[in-house]
Design a protein around this ligand. Structure first.
Ligand SMILES: [Ca+2]
Ligand SMILES: [Ca+2]
Length: 183
């Protein structure tokens, strides 16, 4: 599944797109808008001529800590560094900044001093002693394929979940990363 979600617009920004974006909100903190954070980074990429028009997928940005971190990385980054990171997987200041943001998808903090693999979040079994990893989990998303029972997956996410491909039919054009020589 990694190659499907590691696509187009944020391929360079999201080496760990497979991680579960949990969509938690953190109670009393100010509201966080993942789409707005994603749009901010997309605008920056477009300003650097690194992203075409079209719909931008933002699964990573559903995770607040990632989204806020990515916006902070993109803000001061030079177009040159962003291009090198996006197109050539280069190691530079921006790349290292984004790498640090992605750490939130590797480790889940139970909040009691313990940390577990982020992949164990919302997997149906409590690994945190306090059960934090199974709290506030979104129900699994399903999609209607039009030929029977809904299957797990999402519509227009770039991954074919229906055997008949119905979930990826008639979807809006996606934004593409613009790199010399193609991506
Ligand atoms: Ca768990
Ligand atoms: Ca899909």
């Amino acid at each position: 599944m990694r190659e499907h979600v590691l696509r187009a617009a944020f391929a360079g920004l999201g080496a760990l797109l497979t991680a579960s974006a949990t969509g938690c909100d953190d109670g009393g903190e100010p509201a966080y808008d993942g789409q707005a954070a994603c749009d901010e980074v997309a605008t920056k990429l477009r300003g650097c001529e690194l992203l075409s028009d079209g719909v931008v997928d933002c699964p990573l940005f559903e995770e607040r800590r990632y989204g806020e971190c990515a916006v902070e990385c993109a803000g001061p980054a030079s177009c040159e560094d962003m291009r090198a990171q996006t197109c050539d997987d280069a190691d530079n200041e921006f790349a290292r900044c984004i790498d640090r943001c992605e750490a939130v998808f590797v480790v889940f903090d139970c909040g009691d001093g313990a940390q577990i693999d982020a992949e164990r979040r919302c997997d149906g079994e409590a690994e945190c002693a306090n059960g934090a990893d199974e709290a506030r989990c979104d129900p699994p998303e399903t999609v209607d394929c039009g030929d029977g029972e809904p299957v797990s997956g999402s519509r227009c996410d770039g991954t074919m979940d229906c055997q008949n491909g119905a979930d990826e039919a008639d979807c809006p054009m996606r934004a593409m990363t613009l790199c010399a020589g193609g991506f």
